[in-house]
Unconditional design. Structure first.
Lengths: 156, 132
């Protein structure tokens, strides 16, 4: 494995990376990465507060935001973006489709509104997350199916 | 599977085991007072899930270029080192709130984990490439 390691498996994963991800996935993952940084920053502030070196007056609100940004803004958003890319697509003669893209876009918009509103009130966040969940499930449900013979997945 | 991916995933698996063990210990011996919760929760989310995500992303995401297919791997290794340094310091000192090193240790842990997040995002960001 050591000799062929340099390119050995990247290739298994992305056919030497020649394939690129859909624009929707790229946008979603970039938003998720930004929120990973934001959530980590909030986490660092909370840990410094816990050390007693620096006290913040909005500890409870910061902890709440830390949870929402990392759990929903980072992890859930990553799952939505990746599933849009790697799950089986619908194949026509000329191209592959990712399903009803409007539903996926709606899910991401609702998800991010949920994360943003967590800075003000978490009740509104949960409402947005529920909308996002419904839209996402309606989008992804038909794509949970076997790969068709004529269409190999981009990433496997 | 590339070396850096194996490193991330195997380390993540160790954290997964550690988090589960600590959770069992906390549930059985803490008598309802889960004082280790922040520790096992972060071992699980940062130690297990984050290692898994960045390890697999480093493997599966579109290649950066022919010369450097996995992008700047030094950033990946730097992120790995900082993340583990911060996480281990946190896991050791967080339950020891009366210890003299407690404040300094938590500040160092916060700083190293934050720098790790920056390094890991800088490593993966150029490989998030969408169709035009």
């Amino acid at each position: 494995m050591a000799g062929g390691d340099r390119l050995g498996a990247l290739d298994m994963a992305t056919r030497e990376g020649e394939k690129i991800m859909p624009k929707f996935t790229a946008i979603t993952l970039r938003i998720a990465l930004v929120q990973f940084l934001a959530g980590s920053t909030l986490g660092a502030v909370l840990l410094v507060h816990k050390s007693g070196v620096l006290a913040i007056h909005t500890y409870a609100a910061t902890r709440e935001a830390h949870f929402h940004v990392l759990c929903f803004g980072w992890l859930v958003q990553l799952c939505v973006g990746m599933s849009f890319w790697i799950l089986p697509k619908f194949v026509s003669e000329s191209k592959a489709f990712h399903g009803t893209k409007t539903l996926a876009v709606g899910a991401i918009i609702a998800l991010n509104f949920g994360v943003l509103s967590s800075f003000f009130t978490s009740r509104l966040s949960w409402l947005f997350y529920a909308v996002a969940a419904v839209l996402f499930v309606f989008h992804i449900w038909p794509r949970v199916k076997p790969f068709s013979n004529s269409h190999k997945p981009e990433s496997i | 599977m590339p070396t850096i991916t194996r490193l991330f995933i195997k380390t993540g698996l160790i954290y997964f085991l550690a988090a589960c063990s600590l959770l069992v210990f906390d549930s059985v011996f803490a008598n309802g007072n889960l004082w280790l919760t922040p520790t096992w929760l972060h071992l699980f989310v940062v130690g297990w899930i984050s290692h898994l995500i960045f390890g697999v992303a480093g493997w599966m995401f579109p290649k950066h270029s022919k010369e450097t297919p996995r992008g700047n791997e030094k950033l990946g290794y730097a992120g790995f080192f900082l993340l583990n340094l911060g996480l281990v310091i946190r896991a050791v000192f967080e339950p020891l709130s009366g210890h003299g090193w407690y404040p300094v240790a938590l500040v160092i842990s916060a700083l190293t984990q934050w720098l790790a997040a920056i390094a890991l995002v800088l490593w993966i960001w150029p490989r998030v490439k969408g169709k035009k």
